[in-house]
Structures are given as C-alpha cells and as structure tokens.
Design a protein around this ligand. Structure first.
Ligand SMILES: Nc1nc2c(ncn2[C@@H]2O[C@H](COP(=O)(O)OP(=O)(O)O)[C@@H](O)[C@H]2O)c(=O)[nH]1
Ligand SMILES: [Mg+2]
Length: 432
C-alpha cells in the first residue's frame, strides 16, 4: 500500500508541474499571437492608437506622423484634436487650387472658342475621363470654356463634377425640342419600318430613334444653340476619348491664324448601309446651289469618278475643331436643310460625320481643312498616334505607334495627303 500511495503522490506532483507549465505558456508567449488577431477581428488595425492615451510622443505611429504633417496649421499646435477621433476624419484638409496655381496660363491672346460636348447625365464618368485628359494635356494652360448640351436637363452631379474638372467656365444648355424631334414632313410609319428592317439586319444603332436625333442635331443644330452663338471656334469632345500627347500650342489659334475652317485627326470609310442615298441628295444640292460649291474643293477626297459616286470617305467627327461661323453660313445651312428635307436622317441612318465631311469637302477650299498630326487621339475603336518618333517623344506621347490607323487600308488620310500634295510624315511606310 505504502508503495502504491507513494506512486500516487508522485503522479500528483508531476500533474501539478504540468498544469503550472501549461499556465505560464498560455498566459505569456501564446497571447502575443492571439491578442492582435483578436483585436483585428474586432475591427482594430495595427496603426490604431492605444486605447489608453499615452503622453509619450514615441507612441505615435508613422501613419499619425504623416497625417499630422498634412493637417498641421500653425494654430493646430496648441489645439490638438482628441486621440480618439475616427479614422475617416484623418483625411487631409483639402483646399482646391485655382487653375492658374496648378499650371500658369500660357502666354498669348485667347481665341473666341469653346469646347462643346453633347451628353446624357448617364455619360458623366465617361465624359469626366475625356475632360481630365483634355485639361491635363492642354486646357489647364489655356482655360477655354466648355459648353455642355443635352436633350434633358443636366442633373446636379453632372454639373458639379464637370465644373470641378474644367479650368474655364462651364455652360449647360438644354436643346430646344424642335432640334431633337421628327420634322413634320417625316412619314412615321416609313421611318419605323426602316428601324425594324435595320434591327433585323443588325445595323449598328439601326433601330435607335435617339441616335438619329443625335446625328441630325450634330449635323444641323448644335452650332445654332444660344450658348454657342457667342463663340467663333469649337472643339468637339465625346465621352471616353483619350488624348495621348501634350498639345504644346493653341489649336484654336492655329485654326484662326491659318484661316482653317474644319479639322480632323482620323478619317475612314462610312458603313454604306447607313447612307445609301446620301450622295443622290448631295448631287441634287450641287445642282440646285452651284454658287455654294468652292472653286478649289476636295471632290477627289469624296469621289473617285469626278462626283458621280461617293467613295464613302469621311472625317471622323467625334473629334472636330472647326469654325462655327462656317457652320452658320448660308452655304452650310442650305446644304443641311436640303438633306433634312430628303429625310435620310430617319429613312436611313445618316451620320453627322459624312454630312460634315461632304460639306467640308465641297463648300470649303482645300486649304481650309487641316489634319492635326500632332493631336493624338482615341475613340473606340481607332487611334491616331502621331507618325514620327521625334514628335512623339517631344510631346510626351503614351500611345503605341503600331496602333496608328492613319496609313492602314481602311483610313482615308492617305487620300487627303495626296490630294493636297502634302509630304507624308517620315516613318509612315512602316505603319502601312
Ligand atoms: N443628350 C444626349 N446625348 C446623346 C444621346 N445619344 C448620344 N449622345 C451623345 O452624342 C455623342 C455620340 O454618341 P455616342 O454614343 O458616343 O455614339 P458613337 O460615338 O457613334 O458610338 C456622345 O457625345 C453622346 O454622349 C442622347 O440620347 N442624348
Ligand atoms: Mg462616341
């Protein structure tokens, strides 16, 4: 029995030692892993201040020091905010800089010009991207105004965001209903049947009424909007476009000083299904108004047979810098009204690009149309990336030269160069 009870005592001593060791281990080393995990699970992060405030400056983390540096004004030194403020309130105080503080205005007189954008409220973030690029690459040094037009009233978000991005003044206009509706002479049944047919044939935007109003508005009305009446030149900007290079001079000034009326960066062939009778209407206009046809026009850009048929070449009008007085001239208005009476905006799906281009090609002299090689541009799916490495490096371009569309088979820009006897930029052959 004595041997048995002695064994029991030995077991009890060993058990006690084990329990004691386990206690020390669980309250010391184990807790150093477990505690932060528990705190993180409760929503605390490693840079949080200790919950019991410490007087020691060494308790401050790097995060605090950075946040303080942003915050501190001279008066803050004696008026410290409590340590327990929520994380969100550590956002630095933001005082917006005026455009001239961000970037000094470029020297020289401004032209009477504006950017112009037609957009829906839902286009806000896409147009915000475009504006930011135009501002960063050009307008923050020039501070030109920006006119926004819409067939509905612009909402507060659209106005707030665009006003904050544009360095010049912003103007917001609603389009009069007569400029965004079916004219009285359009046969609604016929127009509807066309849309249905185009829907079945899967023609892009073929079944859309609003797209047709948009194309007609851009063809014949935007330049007559009261907000544009005060301006002489415009630069059209669409949502989601990119500007890949610095614009190192004022393109409006270039247009004015060189008596240019219309300009482009991309040109291509139009989708024939959308304009089957546009050239017939054009020929009718040429016959009715020979007085409007410029002596030194660009017919060879538009037609390969002296005007008999249209080759579908057009300037891509989602980018345009142009003269508003030309669009408001009798020649242009007569052309637009003649086309509008023929009804092709609704009986087909005439786009403003071929309409502007045919007008520029016939009503202007060749030397009034300009190609901006140095304005690098993207609108889905085409890129104009300036030809010439030297130029691209000088303008800090970030486009891939192999994406450049200018000299590819579906572009009409080569024709423009040939017609105007312009020397193509060095390196163009490598991009064909
Ligand atoms: N206010 C308004 N703007 C429109 C409407 N449809 C198109 N737009 C604008 O018209 C321009 C051309 O339209 P977009 O969708 O870019 O056509 P795409 O470039 O031919 O594919 C853009 O500036 C659009 O924001 C519309 O119904 N209302
Ligand atoms: Mg577009």
């Amino acid at each position: 029995m004595a041997g048995g009870s002695g064994r029991i005592v030995r077991y009890l001593v060993v058990a006690l030692v084990c329990v004691t060791i386990f206690y020390f281990v669980s309250t010391s080393s184990l807790s150093s892993y477990a505690q932060p995990l528990a705190e993180q699970a409760a929503g605390k992060f490693s840079w949080d201040k200790p919950s019991t405030p410490s007087n020691k400056d060494t308790s401050k983390t790097d995060y605090d020091a950075i946040a303080d540096a942003f915050h501190s004004k001279p008066s803050d030194a004696t008026n410290k905010e409590p340590d327990t403020k929520p994380l969100g309130s550590t956002t630095p105080n933001i005082t917006p800089l005026t455009p001239s503080e961000l970037s000094p205005p470029a020297p020289g007189e401004r032209v009477n010009a504006t950017f112009v954008t037609l957009a829906r409220n839902t286009d806000i973030w896409e147009i915000a991207r475009s504006i930011r690029q135009i501002e960063d690459r050009f307008n923050r040094n020039y501070n030109y105004d920006w006119v926004f037009l819409n067939d509905k009233p612009f909402d507060d978000t659209f106005k707030k965001v665009t006003t904050s991005l544009v360095s010049g003044k912003t103007h917001y206009g609603e389009i009069p209903v007569e400029h965004w509706s079916f004219p009285s002479w359009i046969d609604q049944k016929k127009a509807e049947a066309v849309r249905e047919d185009m829907r079945r044939r899967k023609i892009i935007y073929g079944d859309s009424v609003s797209y047709r109003h948009m194309c007609r508005f851009e063809s014949g009305f935007f330049f007559r909007h009261p907000l544009l009446k005060q301006f002489e030149y415009y630069w059209r900007v669409e949502p989601s476009v990119e500007l890949y290079c610095d614009v190192h001079y004022d393109p409006f000034r270039y247009m004015k000083d060189n008596k240019k009326k219309y300009s482009f960066v991309l040109s291509l062939y139009e989708y024939v299904e959308t304009i089957p009778t546009l050239w017939d209407s054009t020929k009718k206009f040429i016959k009715a108004h020979p007085e409007h046809i410029a002596a030194d026009n660009s017919m060879p850009f538009l037609s390969d047979d002296g005007g008999e048929t249209y080759n579908k070449c057009h300037f891509w009008s989602n980018f345009e810098i142009g003269n508003l007085d030309w669009l408001r001239s009798k020649a242009y208005i007569d052309f637009f009204e003649s086309l509008d009476k023929d009804g092709g905006f609704f009986y087909e799906r005439w786009g403003d690009a071929p309409v502007h281009s045919i007008a520029a090609g016939l009503l202007l002299n060749k030397d009034e149309i300009h190609f901006f090689n140095d304005i690098a541009y993207y609108h889905i799916p085409f890129t104009h990336c300036p030809t010439g490495e030297d130029l691209r490096l000088k303008l800090r371009c970030h486009c891939n030269p192999s994406d450049n569309f200018d000299w590819k088979g579906y572009s009409c820009t080569s024709r423009f160069f040939d017609l105007n006897k312009l020397a193509k930029p060095e390196g163009w052959m490598d991009q064909v």
